[in-house]
Design a protein around this ligand. Sequence first.
Ligand SMILES: [Zn+2]
Length: 160
Amino acid sequence: MPRRCTVCAHLQRQDIDELLVSGTPYRSVAKRFGLSESAVYRHKTEHLPAHLSKAKEAEEAARADDLLDQVRHLQTHALDILERAEKSGDLRTALAAISQARGNLELLGKLAGQLDERPVVNLNISPQWLELRAVIVGALESHPAAHTAVLRALESVGNG
Ligand SMILES: [Zn+2]
């Protein structure tokens, strides 16, 4: 029957692991925490690698989350620019913003790992919708009244 590891069960396990990782001899670690040398040695060779890989996974997940946040932030900016460009009739900038937004969407999808699993259901961030919207709005440039009416209608759809 395997014995319970006194190091794993230790309240300061994280500190102990850190010391071992930074190269502190297991003998001094054992002394410092009032543990047996054999327990610290066994922990270092048998349990520490698993703890480390778990810590690394958590760190990578956190980094992916951070990246996701950054892309979301970029996407908000791109959509904001798109909206302003549309309002001022700057179609060049609108198109650039659309292509930026589409790139962000692809990246978001990849990062979230759901590009193939789930279709984008939010109409406001669908690239097809953004493209269509720019085409519609662009086509009405020379008809100010219709342009305004359509923009207003599109906005109410977007908010609903
Ligand atoms: Zn252990």
